[in-house]
Ligand binder design. Structure first.
Ligand code: IPM
Ligand code: MN
Length: 365
């Protein structure tokens, strides 16, 4: 397969974890005889300082021409960020416009912790039980993130406002994605909401119920978001399967899920739109550890697995990456942030050693 892929390295640990991700992308490309052209483009806080915009026009064009996009985390230290005007900060000025441009409404965030890796989690082993395997699907281009806003202090008003709107179509299309995934995995689906308070959640629930009628084979239930936050901690595996969330609630619960795994470094993601998608680690740019070769590249490499599966429709290639990622840990290796006092120091991998080991496993099969 021949494809063009845009690479946005981002800030902080972005370049070093993206480098490992590309190593893995290339190893799989070679193994299966594909041919990818990679085009690098500036994106994020550093791009604001060098190009005057966190999502410069030339980057937009490179992304437009690409079949898929790899994006590293963005953002610099608090001090540097505070010198960037609000509208040019990477969240508002780059990430949200990227999502909007490609209408990436379906955000896949897998939460996977096999039983053998239970020690990574801050939760007790008996709570992890037989392991966690949840696919969180978060709506990514609607709701309060994209509603009208009134800034308080900027307009000298005595209030601030963020509107939350969801249309029938916005809910329906992401619900269909979630039900399709649940059907494919023969897994249950949990729909998260706050229908006891929010009109948008009541509407969300109604539409999801309508979509559910087309999937009588999928076992499905609704759960209030606050209860879900609690249940995720005391019994995470009850969610094994697919969890559907709106944008804001999904932002919060997916980070909580990272905490349950023991590290946000274990949270890859894919953001899919009707025509194309991009992949990114679900975590930030960790400027405090940037350049030290100690960041965990798992999220970024797992995102490459997603790129193969969701953006390029190459399942076997994707499975190879997942298998290699888990086998690094199963062989007793770990990364700095997941390591414990009693860990054999020689088995704590640097960022680049982790990438090399994944490649080695992929190549040797
Ligand atoms: C995420 C991030 C983003 C979000 C921020 C950086 C805009 O937290 O992808 O989860 O809130 O969606
Ligand atoms: Mn987040």
């Amino acid at each position: 397969m021949k494809k063009v892929i845009a690479v946005l390295e981002g800030d902080g640990i972005g370049p070093e974890i993206v480098r490992e991700a590309i190593k893995v992308l290339r190893a799989v490309e070679k193994k299966y005889g594909h041919e990818f052209t990679l085009n690098w483009a500036p994106f994020g806080a550093a791009a604001y300082f060098t190009e005057g915009s966190p999502f410069p026009e030339k980057t937009r064009l490179i992304c437009d021409e690409a079949d898929a996009i790899i994006k590293g985390p963005v953002g610099l230290s608090l001090e540097k960020m505070s010198s960037i005007p609000q509208e040019h900060r990477p969240e508002i000025g780059a990430i949200l416009p990227l999502r909007k441009r490609y209408d990436t409404f379906a955000n896949y965030r897998p939460v996977r912790l096999p039983k053998a890796l239970a020690s990574f989690s801050p939760l007790k082993e008996e709570i992890i039980g037989d392991g966690i395997d949840i696919l969180m699907i978060r709506e990514l281009v609607g709701g309060i993130y994209f509603g009208d806003k009134t800034e308080g202090s900027a307009t000298k008003m005595t209030f601030a406002r963020d509107d939350c709107t969801y249309t029938d179509e916005q809910i329906r299309r992401v619900a269909v994605v979630a039900f399709e995934e649940a059907r494919r995995k023969k897994a249950r689906l949990t729909n998260i909401h706050k229908a006891n308070v929010l009109a948008t959640s009541r509407f969300w629930q109604e539409i999801v119920d309508e979509v559910a009628r087309d999937y009588p084979d999928v076992s499905f239930m609704h759960m209030l978001v606050d209860n879900a936050a609690f249940q995720l901690l005391i019994n995470p595996s009850q969610f094994n399967g697919v969890v559907l969330l709106e944008n804001m609630q999904g932002d919060i619960l997916t980070d909580q899920a990272g905490g349950i795994l023991g590290s946000l470094g274990l949270m890859p993601s894919a953001c899919m739109g009707p025509a194309k998608g991009y992949v990114e680690a679900a975590h930030g740019s960790a400027p405090d550890i940037a350049g030290k070769n100690i960041a965990n590249p798992y999220s970024m490499i797992g995102s490459i697995a997603f790129l193969y599966e969701k953006c390029l429709n190459l399942q076997q290639e994707s499975d190879d990456i997942w298998t290699a990622l888990f086998s690094v840990f199963e062989r007793g290796y770990t990364t700095v942030e997941l390591s414990h006092q009693e860990h054999d120091r020689s088995r704590i991998l640097s960022t680049s050693d982790f990438g090399d080991m994944v490649v080695d496993i992929i190549v040797k099969g």
